[in-house]
Design a binder for this molecule. Structure first.
Ligand SMILES: CC(C)(COP(=O)(O)OP(=O)(O)OC[C@H]1O[C@@H](n2cnc3c(N)ncnc32)[C@H](O)[C@@H]1OP(=O)(O)O)[C@@H](O)C(=O)NCCC(=O)NCCS
Length: 160
């Protein structure tokens, strides 16, 4: 049973494997991370953990038997609001893992991190991601350009 875990130093090798294995798949929907990301992965991982320590972001991995199946990140935390981003492994796609993960992160955002609202954006071309946001209770609130591609910005209130 996959489990959502807060990012730790120990996750580095499995997370790198996840990003490597799915690089081409992710690049079909979101900007490629670039070769430097992979070359400097350990330093970047340490930087993410340091940033997480400050409370400005909360990173989570969906882990199944030591393997990373997805990542769900809350970034730009300020004034009770954060922006949500996520990605799920190609071989685990279409099983509802993104929807379940987003719902779980919404609960964590409210109950563990004390947030009141999340924002999230997806391009119009990313029908899967738009479906995930809709099913997890996000409402489209406006148009946005994401690396030059038209998209929709969404909001979900967490109160209650
Ligand atoms: C988008 C992404 C997170 C979806 O993950 P997932 O675990 O497959 O998502 P779920 O199974 O929870 O739900 C996907 C839903 O979208 C639907 N869907 C997927 N691709 C679709 C498409 N091209 N057109 C219409 N619907 C689509 C699926 O059918 C599914 O709905 P269903 O359960 O009613 O059939 C995953 O494909 C991914 O990581 N993509 C690359 C990175 C990315 O795009 N991240 C989001 C950036 S905003």
């Amino acid at each position: 049973m996959p489990e959502l875990q807060r990012l730790t130093p120990d996750h580095a090798p499995a997370l790198l494997e996840f990003e490597r294995e799915n690089r081409a798949y992710f690049a079909r929907s979101v900007p490629d991370r670039g070769d430097d990301y992979f070359a400097q992965f350990d330093a970047r991982h340490a930087a993410l953990l340091a940033e997480q320590e400050t409370g400005h972001c909360h990173f989570h991995l969906l882990v199944d038997d030591g393997e990373v199946l997805g990542r769900f990140n809350l970034v730009d935390v300020a004034d009770g609001v954060a922006d949500l981003g996520y990605r799920v492994a190609e071989r685990a796609a279409g099983r509802g893992l993104a929807t379940a993960g987003v719902r779980q992160v919404c609960d964590l955002a409210r109950d563990a991190y004390g947030l009141v609202r999340l924002t999230a954006s997806a391009t119009l071309a990313n029908a899967g991601s738009l479906a995930v946001l809709r099913r997890a209770g996000f409402t489209p609130v406006g148009e946005v350009l994401l690396d030059g591609h038209p998209g929709l910005r969404h909001v979900r209130e967490l109160a209650g």
